[in-house]
Design a protein around this ligand. Structure first.
Ligand code: FEO
Length: 165
């Protein structure tokens, strides 16, 4: 069984992961609207990853005999600006998620829930990767500046993620 406090905290994280999925889908739609197909595809892949994070937590509650209590999701913003602004928002959001995961880990420690601590280690590592990939894209966009030709090249490069290249 899982403690009430831990169950509550995991349910809050389920909401946060599905909100992340919703947010990235919103960003993807905005990029598509601006005709940045590669950026849109990258964000759509990210949307799928966030759904997988949410399901992972749902399954964990099942495995621990906990109860899944789904919460309402806010609507993400409709517009984010050009790709550089989108990726600034991605990085900021991932830093926020990292903070949440660390707090969740602290709760597991305070609750003396060893199984949850081990389970959450995957998320701790995942956040390191998430921040690193968002930072990398952002740095490349900063290097590209306002040059349309470089931006178009980068957009194409980002689209390769969706194709697994
Ligand atoms: Fe599920 Fe991007 O953190």
């Amino acid at each position: 069984m899982i403690s009430q406090k831990m169950q509550e905290a995991i349910n809050a994280q389920i909401q946060a992961e599905f909100y992340s999925a919703y947010l990235y889908l919103g960003m993807s739609a905005d990029a598509e609207r601006q005709n940045y197909k590669g950026v849109a595809a990258w964000l759509r892949t990210q949307h799928g990853e966030e759904l997988a994070h949410g399901y992972k937590l749902v399954q964990y509650l099942y495995d621990r005999g906990g109860r899944v209590q789904l919460r309402a999701l806010d609507a993400p913003p409709a517009e984010f600006g050009p790709p550089i602004k989108i990726f600034e928002a991605v990085l900021k959001h991932e830093q926020h998620v990292t903070e949440r995961i660390h707090k969740l880990y602290e709760t597991a420690t305070a609750e003396k829930d060893v199984a949850a601590q081990v389970f959450l280690q995957w998320f701790v590592t995942e956040q390191v990767e998430e921040e690193a990939s968002a930072t990398e894209v952002l740095e490349r966009l900063r290097m590209a500046g306002d040059k349309p030709s470089t931006l178009l090249y980068l957009d194409k490069e980002l689209g390769k993620r969706a194709k697994g290249e």
